[in-house]
Design a protein around this ligand. Structure first.
Ligand SMILES: [Zn+2]
Length: 349
């Protein structure tokens, strides 16, 4: 399992843990030992004895059963070679956005990229004789979309693309490998609007993305000290006074700044204001029903062509691996009490 989210987050956990509540990440942290050979991502707080309710040193507990554990990029890149079982956790929570990583030498030094983690995982798993299933998640693309952060999203997509290259290089050596690329859902439907007279400004608008020096994470912290300055300094975009005003209002919560309820907040307002410059506009801050790309290369790739349901990917993969498994099923009435538990909080996934 490789992810830029906490390694105990929904997607990696979905591959290896059995747990009623996705929020029980401290519990999920205990479920990979002996089940998952390589686990790389964030979520230190769920492994750290000082931050766990049970006071358990989860790293030491993994080491007891033969895992090599790593906390920094340097440790991982110098120490993972030849190791069959690896646990690497590189942030208290999710790994930083790629655009923040690229613009902070300290973070760049401390945290491996998705491509680097993928390479470590593939090198390790390649030593096994029986083949493997590796899940690689570019998780923060979703988080950036939730807050309408175009630069955060795009740079994390590029980091994912680097990881795809690593997988393709591996497949060139091991042509019996099937690579499946998919997304669990669309999110906030970012779209490129035609910009300027005869749309002639569209390319130049999009190129503003190259000026971004950070995600909304540092930006939102900087906004209170002056929205125009913060946006100019971090994103290289010069807001007009008319654009800065609703942004200040959203920060101070003095009045609604959008009649689109999902965009009536600081990040939604930022997304709308920046769209005037970048041409990247959003419909909301939630998962969407957009069609998303699923594609595959390698033996069995034809299973993933055309329009398929995302939930069918599971059955296709287990069938190909010769795993006989059926998820438990129940009627809507029986599911009610579980639904109540599950909808108690709104989740990012
Ligand atoms: Zn999400």
């Amino acid at each position: 399992l490789v992810t830029t989210a906490t390694i105990t987050h929904a997607t990696p956990a979905g591959f290896a843990a059995i747990e009623r509540s996705r929020d029980n990440e401290a519990g999920i942290a205990l479920q990979y030992r002996g089940v998952v050979d390589v686990a790389l991502g964030g979520g230190h707080r769920f492994f750290d004895a000082a931050q766990r309710k049970d006071g358990k040193d989860v790293y030491a507990w993994y080491r007891e059963s033969g895992y090599a554990t790593f906390r920094t990029r340097a440790e991982l890149l110098s120490g993972a070679a030849g190791k069959a079982q690896i646990l690497g956790v590189f942030d208290p929570s999710h790994l930083p956005y790629t655009v923040d990583q690229l613009n902070d030498p300290k973070v760049k030094e401390a945290v491996p990229t998705l491509a680097e983690m993928s390479r470590v995982a593939l090198d390790s798993l390649d030593q096994g004789r029986e083949g493997f299933l590796l899940q690689i998640e570019g998780a923060r693309v979703d988080h950036a979309a939730h807050v309408n952060d175009a630069a955060g999203l795009l740079w994390d997509f590029l980091a994912f693309d680097d990881a795809v290259r690593v997988a393709l290089e591996f497949q060139a050596k091991r042509p019996e490998t099937l690579i499946v690329l998919c997304s669990d859902h669309g999110n906030s439907s970012p779209t490129l609007r035609g910009m300027g007279v005869e749309y002639n400004d569209s390319a130049a608008s999009f190129e503003l993305m190259l000026k971004a020096r950070g995600s909304y994470t540092p930006l939102v912290r900087m906004l209170k000290d002056g929205a125009r300055e913060a946006v100019a300094n971090l994103l290289g975009v010069e807001l007009t006074a008319e654009e800065a005003e609703p942004l200040q209002a959203a920060i101070a919560r003095t009045r609604p700044t959008s009649i689109n309820q999902q965009l009536n907040n600081v990040t939604g307002t930022l997304g709308q204001v920046l769209a005037n410059h970048t041409g990247i506009a959003w419909v909301g801050e939630s998962h969407t029903a957009d069609y998303v790309v699923t594609t595959a290369v390698g033996p069995g790739a034809q299973e993933f062509s055309g329009l398929i349901r995302n939930t069918d990917v599971f059955g296709k993969l287990t069938r190909m691996m010769g795993v006989t498994h059926k998820n438990p099923a129940m009627d809507p009435e029986a599911a009610k009490k579980f639904r109540t538990q599950a909808s108690a909080r709104v989740h990012w996934a």
